[in-house]
Design a protein around this ligand. Structure first.
Ligand code: NAD
Ligand code: TDX
Length: 329
């Protein structure tokens, strides 16, 4: 079986690929062969991938390159599509790449998948498509009310993917997950940004009052959920994948300060994010009842292990910080 995985030089995609490769012996004949397509934007790094693995091929390219995508899709049996511009703050200062990669790139992949009837096509969407959920939790039927250019581009891609199922009968499956954390996350997202700042003796920029709430999901649990959808999900269906640990940014920051042995003086209150969603919260009972999904990682232990990973892997994150520094204090 040939699996095409897009965006797997990034955080979640690379974790997914490492997990799949580790499941079998390197030369096991029944194990999937994986082709990664990644453009290596600022967010992608080959350090995330085991390049010498006999069942892994890396292709450097853009998901909008229709000729390249056609060639790869012709050789693929299944697709898991992670590639995206993924950072909300960047979409506020410039939305162009978000529309090009997240919308046009997804459509380019869907068109090619349709030509070769590649199935399933698992599309990785996000809880942000529902917009802020001020109370209760969003089921898969909740209206889509994205707030940022990022989430609007992800909602567009998500709806396009579902349209290829309704119009063409393509076996598309969509996952919408909550905020991921864990090793290998690019140090612009709140958890790795705050950890690496604290390890470097800097302050952490907390937006507004720090009262916004996120539901934290360990990246390994997310990858487990994605694979359940790939192997046991139903065509045309959406699956929410939640983490079960709701925290305000203020409370999260307090945990990170403690884990890094830093005091409250290291918090700098900065201007709030424009259009900042107050809260995300998913109802993931569909994934639980249909697929047997449940998050397995305890947040306290998972966060401690994540802090330890960043402590021990300066060689991984220092070059990435240099790519983006100037924007973060
Ligand atoms: P990431 O930014 O770490 O990685 C994205 C990868 O996509 C990078 O390797 C980048 O080089 C690649 N890429 C970007 N544009 C490309 C293009 N045009 N062609 C080919 N490759 C391209 O992102 P992530 O955090 O790993 O997120 C993966 C997916 O999960 C995204 O679709 C994101 O929207 C979704 N998601 C992420 C989270 C989260 O908490 N990180 C939560 C919900 C959903
Ligand atoms: O410097 C910061 N200070 C701060 O207070 C940053 C970067 C963030 N924050 C706050 C904003 C959010 O309320 O922390 C919270 C989390 O922010 P991000 O890490 O940027 O994540 P979020 O905006 O919630 O989006 C993430 O989850 C959903 C991913 O980046 C998306 O790709 C995913 O779709």
């Amino acid at each position: 079986m040939n699996l095409l995985v897009t965006g797997a030089a990034g955080f979640i995609g690379s974790t997914y690929v490492r997990t799949l490769l580790a499941r079998h012996a390197p030369h096991a004949p029944e194990a999937p062969r994986i082709t990664v397509l990644d453009k290596l934007t600022y967010a992608g790094t080959l350090d995330n991938l085991e390049l010498g693995h006999p069942r892994l091929e890396f292709v450097h390219g853009d998901i909008r390159d229709a000729e390249l995508v056609d060639k790869l899709m012709a050789a693929a049996d299944q697709v898991v599509h992670f590639a995206a511009e993924s950072h909300v703050d960047r979409s506020i200062t410039g939305a162009g790449d978000f529309v090009l990669t997240n919308v046009v790139g997804t459509q380019t992949l869907l068109d090619a998948a349709l030509r070769y009837r590649v199935a399933p096509f698992v599309h990785i969407s996000t809880d942000e498509v529902y917009g802020s959920v001020e109370s209760g939790s969003a089921t898969e039927e909740h209206p889509l009310r994205p707030s940022s250019p990022y989430s609007a581009s992800k909602a567009s891609a998500d709806l396009l993917a579902l349209a290829y199922h309704r119009t063409h009968g393509l076996d598309v499956r969509v996952t919408r997950c909550s905020n991921n954390y864990g090793p290998h996350q690019f140090p612009e997202k709140v958890i790795p940004l705050f950890i690496t700042n604290l390890l470097d003796g800097r302050q952490v920029p907390l937006y507004g009052e720090g009262l916004n709430v996120r539901d934290w999901l360990h990246v390994d649990d997310h990858c487990h959920g994605v694979d359940l959808v790939r192997t046991h999900g139903r065509p045309g269906e959406v699956y929410n994948i939640g983490g079960g640990t709701e925290l305000s940014n203020r409370d999260l920051t307090a945990l990170l300060l403690k884990a890094c042995g830093a005091g409250r003086d290291r918090v700098r209150h900065v201007e709030d994010r424009k259009g900042h969603d107050l809260r995300y919260c998913l109802d993931w009972s569909k994934a639980r009842t249909e697929l047997g999904y449940r998050p397995r990682h305890d947040f306290t232990a998972g966060l401690a292990a994540t802090v330890a990973w960043y402590r021990e892997h300066r060689d991984w994150w220092e070059p990435l910080r240099r790519r983006v520094d100037g924007g973060h204090g």
